[in-house]
Design a protein around this ligand. Structure first.
Ligand SMILES: *Cc1c(COP(=O)(O)O)cnc(C)c1O
Length: 496
């Protein structure tokens, strides 16, 4: 079956998967969505017999149907290789009666590597298929992890340039150091005075700037996106939910057909949306548990049906979830309006103009798949401590939000369905917060890199190479611009 894509804001749009990947965002400002989600054509038992690459092919072929088998397998083989520190790619661990799907074994030790190690290959293949002769400029806003994973993926990829904007005071010191030391002549990194929402809005504005697009076209450039608004990010993220399920079957933890819950620490709503798509495609999923930190706009949305970003933006110890405008929620809104682009557009325009919207009761009924809750900073630290002291298992600040919310969910519902928590980052990306959680009375000396050794000696987990190599890496990117000057920064970078 050929899967084509439309826009969440304009029902007349029809593009192929490769065109959607190239464009990133639809011209109308909407997000690309499949006109119909396909169903898996392999059984759950068959998935249980496959390795990560095998599952990746079987899932991705359904949604990227204009890629040939040869093209897709080439992309998969070159993405999920020894850049990951384990052949399993996404190992499943068990602690305290729950499963942790470790999505941080890639090059930049956060789950963004799962999709961003394949996106450059998909993008180059898509460019070739569509006879693109322009250079592709990847514009990316990051709350900390996407930036580095995208830079690492696109560095020195011929025919591309990548420009990343991050909130100068809104990422962890190790996240920042990872980005500013990025090598590659085609990589450009800017800190901005502002938060992640400012960076993301700025990027979206640049994307829909028609004048700039014309200037770019003349100069031989075109934009695309490495953010999770790009379906080239979303599709590879569906894979690991199927893979996690397949491991549970393969290891006799569940029978094929049994339901599981997925618990996802959520920011931009991309990761959990991939789990929702997996469910729609036929994976037996009970609840999708959406875990927020103190920026709990999504938790409130699931409780009240009102999305309201008019609130204080809080800097937390889980910075990759410090987001008040969750872009991918638009794809869920589209779904629960009954795939009504005009209504979705109206909600999104309301969000832009007033910062809020309220969904209708019939839409709320369609949210029964989801459960939302949040964890405070204190609860987050207590969860890291509890998991370490009582289970000997070290988790990062984002994963701890999910683990804490899962405990709240079980307490509230008594649900005993086997549950998989998306473990989204290595604890070594957030050494100070994690150490502070497990050794609350200790005075922490030195910078975050020094603390990596201490965390390693306490936990017995070796310092990942992604962190140790930062000690000697040269700082290459120092520019900081105002949130309102992002367009100028892009123009200057490209010599427009
Ligand atoms: C990006 C990120 C998240 C949030 O994922 P979304 O897809 O934006 O919801 C959670 N944890 C970590 C460590 C991340 O990097």
């Amino acid at each position: 079956m050929d899967v084509v894509y439309t826009s969440t804001r304009d029902a007349s749009v029809r593009v192929s998967a490769s065109q959607a990947i190239l464009k990133g965002l639809s011209d109308d400002g909407g997000l690309f969505v499949p006109v119909a989600l396909p169903k898996f054509d392999r059984t759950l038992e068959e998935f249980a017999g496959m390795d990560y690459k095998g599952v990746a092919y079987e899932v991705m072929k359904l949604l990227l149907s204009d890629f040939t088998e040869e093209e897709l397998k080439y992309c998969i083989d070159h993405a999920y290789d020894d850049k990951f520190d384990t052949d399993e790619i996404a190992p499943l661990s068990e602690a305290e009666g729950r499963y942790f799907l470790e999505l941080y074994h890639g090059k930049t030790i956060a789950f963004k590597d799962m999709a961003l190690s394949i996106l450059p290959h998909l993008m180059i293949t898509a460019a070739r298929k569509n006879h693109v002769t322009h250079e592709i400029v990847i514009l990316t806003a990051t709350s900390g992890d996407t930036g580095k994973a995208a830079l690492a993926g696109f560095a020195d990829v011929p025919g591309t340039k990548i420009i990343v904007f991050y909130p100068k005071n809104g990422v962890s010191p190790i996240q920042e150091r990872q980005m500013v030391t990025q090598k590659g002549d085609n990589t450009f990194v800017f800190g901005i005075h502002g938060n992640f929402d400012d960076a993301q809005s700025g990027v979206k504005k640049i994307f829909s700037d028609k004048e700039l697009a014309a200037v770019m076209d003349k100069a031989g450039y075109q934009f695309s996106s490495a953010n999770s608004i790009n379906i080239g990010r979303l599709v590879p993220q569906i894979v690991y939910y199927v893979y996690a399920y397949s491991r549970l079957v393969a290891n006799d933890r569940i029978h094929a057909g049994d339901k599981v819950n997925f618990v996802v620490p959520t920011g931009n709503f991309g990761n959990i949306l991939a789990a929702y798509y997996a469910k729609q495609m036929g994976l037996p999923v009970n609840k999708l548990i959406c875990a927020s930190n103190s920026n709990k706009v999504l938790c409130d949305f699931f409780h009240t049906g009102e999305y309201d970003r008019n609130r204080e933006f809080i800097l937390t110890t889980s910075p990759s979830m410090d987001i008040l405008i969750s872009s991918n929620l638009e794809r869920l809104i589209y779904k629960i309006t009954g795939e009504d682009a005009a209504r979705t557009k109206a909600f999104m325009e309301q969000l832009t103009s007033t910062g809020r919207y309220t969904i209708t009761p019939d839409m709320r009924e369609k949210l029964a798949d989801f459960y939302g809750n949040f964890a405070t900073e204190e609860e987050d630290a207590a969860e890291i401590r509890h998991m370490f002291d009582d289970a000997g298992y070290l988790i990062d600040t984002h994963t701890a939000v999910a683990s804490c919310v899962y405990s709240k969910y079980v307490k509230e519902t008594g649900d005993k369905t086997p549950s998989v928590i998306a473990s989204t980052a290595s604890p070594f990306k957030f050494t100070r917060s994690v150490l502070h959680a497990i050794r609350p009375d200790e005075e922490l000396k030195g910078d975050d890199l020094d603390l990596a050794d201490e965390l390693s000696s306490i936990s017995g987990v070796p310092v990942p190479k992604a962190v140790s190599e930062l000690r000697t890496a040269e700082v290459r990117h120092t520019a900081v611009v105002d949130g309102s000057k992002m367009k100028e920064a892009v123009e200057k970078t490209l010599g427009l």
